[in-house]
Design a binder for this molecule. Sequence first.
Ligand SMILES: Nc1ncnc2c1ncn2[C@@H]1O[C@H](COP(=O)(O)OP(=O)(O)OP(=O)(O)O)[C@@H](O)[C@H]1O
Length: 242
Amino acid sequence: MALELKNVGRTFDGQTAVRNVNLSAGEGEIIGLLGTSGCGKSTLLRAISGLDGNYDGEIRLNGKLVDGVQESAGFIFQEPRLFPWLTVLENVTFGLTGKAGEKEKKGREILRKVGLGDSENLYPKELSGGMAQRVAIARALVTSPEVLLLDEPFSALDAFTKMQLQDLLLDIWKEAGTTMVLVTHDIDEALYLCDRIVILRGRPGEVVHEISVGEPRPRPRGSTRLAELKTDILESLDLSRS
Ligand SMILES: Nc1ncnc2c1ncn2[C@@H]1O[C@H](COP(=O)(O)OP(=O)(O)OP(=O)(O)O)[C@@H](O)[C@H]1O
């Protein structure tokens, strides 16, 4: 298993935010964590990444207990979090070690992959929101992570840019086979991208449902099958109206 959570929970100052989460992801699987605001999705992702070590239960990445920041994991947040004083290329290569020439070569290669081959000398203030998020994706990928953790990565973008970046993510997945955990509020996004969707609900948040999408990719957006699954998800969140 690439990722395994056993009875994972997190309590802050006596208040339980999320509890009893069991889930696993096979190598190359894309898992969605979907749920209403405050049910603990980001809390779980932070625990998986090792950024928050105070969780209950057990989290294993490639069999290894998560007990600190995981070098084999890449993180993409809702906002790009770029260093404004560094160029696009410098932002991407910032965390790399090794000789300058090799780092730049790697950075340029990954920038080409995310469609920014011509933008390496620009500064963050010169980028559109979509371009900046492409840089964030490149920065997360440049270390060739085994697992990519994405916390609402496209929710601040317009609908068209969002669709383009979802497709970019699938291109990356097809080429590298990276295991991904995607936190999202967006049911259509989860259905378009994920192999399995874990639905959390409540305060404290708990897993209430899990669905396998099982449709071949690329999935036609708005297909009947995806619409059926969407109804199923809405029902499990008590949000469906007939
Ligand atoms: N560092 C913290 N200290 C105290 N409480 C926290 C902390 N981080 C999260 N919480 C609480 O844990 C609960 C879950 O928060 P979390 O951000 O994980 O939810 P979420 O499902 O990601 O929400 P959203 O979709 O709105 O981002 C919330 O009640 C939140 O206030």
